[in-house]
Design a protein around this ligand. Structure first.
Ligand SMILES: [Zn+2]
Length: 233
């Protein structure tokens, strides 16, 4: 999730979330859990998932895991999942119920692309989340999809059948400015699904697995037409 939050606010929030927390440190992840919120076993299990997910994403994209650890904050004060630089913020309840998009947010941290259009950054993170959970392990946060990559095209077709989905389509696969995604149900939901479906098509069609290679594709309009034709067929 991308939100326009000031760095100062985040820095303050970061400190607030670090205090009164229980820390689990692994090879690649430093996890700050809200104190007293989860059992030791639940924290150990989720930390193990994070370690595994970091390795699996790096392997998928063909990169080495950076030495600097990623910080994760699992806390009831986090309202919406997001990543910022080398930190990931996850709502406690989503971790508790095994519905946290930890792979999506980790993909943002490991494979950042500040110059990429929003549809590519978000679609790629969602695609990687589904791909890794389907092929390597862990779980898919499935914030807006029902069955990950296996079902995202059907989800996209369903969205294109109504006005809310149609309104988001011009922002996917084009250079248009990002849409207002604060309306989660009507805007973000179709936008994320359409973006994931298109990125899945791009990866499967071109064989490219790195977001920067995908961002450099020069026949995007043609590929977009083929993607849409395939969905309609
Ligand atoms: Zn995101």
């Amino acid at each position: 999730m991308r939100l326009g939050i000031g760095l100062l606010v985040l820095a303050g929030q970061c400190l607030a979330l670090q205090s009164n927390s229980v820390v689990r440190e692994g090879e690649h992840a430093l996890v700050y859990y809200e104190s007293g919120a989860l059992s030791n076993q639940a924290m150990d299990e989720f930390s193990a998932l994070l370690e595994r997910g970091i390795g699996d994403i790096a392997k998928f994209a063909g990169i080495t895991v950076p030495e600097q650890k990623i910080s994760y904050f699992v806390n009831g004060r986090v309202d919406i999942s997001r990543a910022r630089r080398r930190s990931v913020y996850l709502p406690l309840e989503r971790v508790r119920t095994r519905s946290a998009p930890y792979l999506h947010e980790t993909a943002h941290v490991l494979l950042p692309c500040d110059e990429c259009p929003v549809w590519l950054g978000e679609g790629y993170a969602s695609f990687v989340q589904s791909y890794v959970s389907e092929h390597a392990g862990g779980y898919d946060g499935q914030i807006f999809t029902r069955r990950g990559n296996a079902g995202v095209d059907q989800d996209a077709v369903r969205w294109l059948g109504n006005e809310r989905g149609k309104a988001m389509l011009p922002y996917v696969g084009t250079a248009l400015q990002e849409p207002d995604l604060t309306d989660r149900r009507n805007a973000a939901a179709p936008f994320y699904v359409l973006a994931q479906s298109f990125v899945k098509f791009l990866v499967e069609t071109t064989g490219l697995k790195d977001i920067h290679s995908l961002s450099a594709l020069n026949d995007l309009p043609l590929l977009r037409e083929r993607w849409l034709a395939g969905l309609k067929g």
